[in-house]
Design a protein around this ligand. Structure first.
Ligand code: GN1
Ligand code: MG
Length: 362
């Protein structure tokens, strides 16, 4: 089926001029749809990875609930330009909100947010603070979403205990014989497995509350305007119940790294404490009044936790023959694992400083 025919299943305005690939996600594939008419908006078209998100109906419903809740808040505050401040899902002709093509692939569309950009890498603590505020504001906005809890579209997404158990059984099975290459990395991760079960355990014992959290807080999921002011937070697929330290933790893991997530030279990789501080400050600025003291205690730990978990997920996928993450070369998931391990070691070295920064920002 042609992309143009897929687009015609949605209730869009205007006629399509061209459709081109867009963005850098590791899971879904995204296109930009330009319309000919100046009076008609442009759109985003996206395939939804059905392996990763098996329940597309519930995924669609979660995103509709969250975006309309935020829209309502913005309307109440008389915010201008609302279409650039929150994602707008586009309806399909059959009102399902997604379309399944003849090959079984699922598609959805959003309004394209004009004159916006995002950064893969942060340039300054000011940007980190803006990122922290964006995710903090998101957290605050969804904290009073009415109705039943959101559907857990990926059950146990950041359940470290479950991730560790899966990882251990992968190590045991060694399905494609790669274990011998990665003994050192496996040991590094397994030595720390008890430490990183802490958050799920605290949750189970009721020491920290479950909230709606974004759970994929990469800095490139924050759209900014031409003055680098925050417009909105995108990539809402994993918005579901979880703990608050997941969001600030993943933002830091992704954003406060002196190197890249998949840096082949691990010498480049370390925690950037100035960016870290920016994230913490910005996030707490927005959430200080809604978080419990116990949750505030978990924020710095979240950065280590999510880095640990990401290393485990990348290595798990490497051992499993790269079934989950898109890769650009055969060793890509191993390179990613090593970079995450280096980042975690650097956080461990700077642990006291990291905790102090949170205390100073509360
Ligand atoms: C995936 O597709 P993308 O880049 O938004 C993954 C995240 C990982 C990230 C690592 C649903 O996110 O959890 O942190 O890759 N998303 C899912 O780059 O698994
Ligand atoms: Mg994502």
């Amino acid at each position: 089926m042609k992309l143009q025919d897929i687009v015609s299943q949605f209730l869009i305005r205007g006629n399509v001029e061209f459709i081109k690939p867009f963005g850098t996600g590791l899971i879904n594939t995204t296109y930009k749809v330009n319309t000919i008419e100046n009076s008609a908006p442009n759109y985003l078209l996206q395939t939804i990875n059905h392996q990763v998100f098996p329940n597309i109906e519930q995924l669609t419903r979660n995103i509709r609930r969250v975006t309309s809740h935020i829209r309502q808040k913005l309307e109440e505050q008389n915010v201008k330009d609302i279409d650039r401040r929150v994602l707008t899902p586009i309806e399909t002709k059959d009102q399902k909100g997604f379309f399944q093509d003849e090959k079984g692939n699922y598609w959805r569309m959003f309004l394209f947010i004009e004159e916006s950009h995002s950064y893969d890498h942060l340039a300054s603590p000011q940007q980190a603070e803006a990122g922290g505020r964006a995710f903090g504001q998101f957290q605050k906005w969804v904290s009073d979403l009415p109705g039943e809890p959101l559907f857990p579209v990926i059950p146990g997404f950041h359940d470290t205990e479950m991730r560790i158990n899966n990882f251990m059984s992968r190590v045991e099975k060694d399905p494609i014989g790669r274990l011998k290459e990665v003994k050192e990395e496996v040991d590094f991760l397994l030595q720390r497995s008890e430490t990183y079960k802490k958050i799920v355990r605290m949750g189970r014992q009721g020491e920290i509350p479950q909230r709606i959290v974004h759970q994929d807080t990469k800095f490139n999921n924050v759209l900014l305007d031409k003055n680098d002011e925050v417009l909105c937070v995108v990539d809402l697929d994993t918005v579901m119940p979880g703990y608050v330290c997941y969001d600030i933790g993943d933002a830091i893991r992704n954003g406060a790294n002196t190197g890249k997530e998949d840096d082949p030279n691990t010498e480049n990789v370390a925690i950037d404490l100035a960016l870290y501080e920016g994230f913490i400050k910005g996030f707490l600025m927005e959430t200080k009044n809604i978080l419990t003291p116990a949750e505030k205690e978990t924020l710095a730990f979240g950065a280590k936790l999510l880095t640990y978990e990401q290393a485990t997920r990348f290595l798990d996928d490497y051992l499993n023959g790269d079934q989950y993450y898109k890769i650009n070369y055969p060793e890509h998931n191993l390179t990613r694992t090593r970079a995450q391990i280096k980042l975690l070691s650097s956080m461990e070295h700077n642990w006291e400083k990291m905790q102090k920064i949170v205390k100073q920002s509360i």
